[in-house]
Design a protein around this ligand. Sequence first.
Ligand SMILES: Cc1cc2nc3c(=O)[nH]c(=O)nc-3n(C[C@H](O)[C@H](O)[C@H](O)COP(=O)(O)O)c2cc1C
Length: 326
Amino acid sequence: MKILGISFGRKNQRCDIMVKEALKEAEKAGAEVEFFNTMTMNITHCHACDYCSRMRDKGEVEIRCAFKDDYQKLEEAYYDCDGVIIAAPVYAVGIVGQFKNFLDRLCPSHDRAALIEENKKREKEGRPLLDERYFKDRYSAYISVGGAQTHNWVALGLPMLHLFDFSLCMKCVGHVDAFDQGRTGSPLLDQSLMQKCGDLGRAVAESIGKPYDLVDTWVGDDDGVCPVCHNKLLSFNGTTRVECPVCGIWGDMSIEGDKVKVKWSMAERSRARNTIKGIYEHYNEIQNMITVCVPKLTANKGMLDERIKEYKDYNPKWETEEALVY
Ligand SMILES: Cc1cc2nc3c(=O)[nH]c(=O)nc-3n(C[C@H](O)[C@H](O)[C@H](O)COP(=O)(O)O)c2cc1C
């Protein structure tokens, strides 16, 4: 049983300490653990070049990114793991961009529904199947780390970390919202915070090997509203029907005095973005897009080529004042 710990924070600072605490407990629970700090790693962003999708469509066994940088080290470690624990700092209310770069390059290109459908085609045609590590069920846990005293300055931290679960169909067993680090000084001065991080590590280790429907564990902070991701966000559409923007599931909200309650049906829970059902909804949405869009583009090709030229040639620039040029 292998658990991968990744810190997107500074070396030997808060994210490192907290994720290492989780790994130490996971190790005690029998896991083989590996740790990465990404601070000096070069992980560029996805350039939407479609190289990964073409590898899949061409029948390759492995799906790789065209860009060769430090991403490959993390990617390989992820394929080998059975569980992942990520700690990342909040920058400007959301998670640091390097985490999103990693997610964008790994997750959509390994979308479980698209890969299952690809393997079905290959099986029928007797072609080699995709790397079986892409289909492993894995457990996750997240630690969002912020300096601010108030939660409103870390509001998108945990919700952004949970985006890592979806395409890969991972099940999260807990999270910790470690804000107020500016006053705490060091997580080592907060025993209960360290305890929660350790609990995350143990929960991931103890969940590995069990089928998702037999794991109902949740550890760490539990003050959220969504029964799946346990985050605190809701999207409104002007009615009492509300949506968890992280999981994409709907609930019915009611208010009693100053208390808000949301009822989430089992049917909705079962279509959260990180489930097979949820990921297929998006896969089908994309397939439908293709059938609508391609005939439109084909029918309008001449006119579009002409109009696009107009935008290609339009590149306005500020007039730079001499004095500002260094
Ligand atoms: C560019 C930048 C933006 C930041 N923005 C926020 C923020 O919006 N909210 C917050 O709570 N902390 C913010 N912080 C503080 C970091 O989250 C905090 O220092 C954290 O401990 C960093 O993790 P590390 O110690 O593991 O490196 C910011 C730090 C930097 C460098």
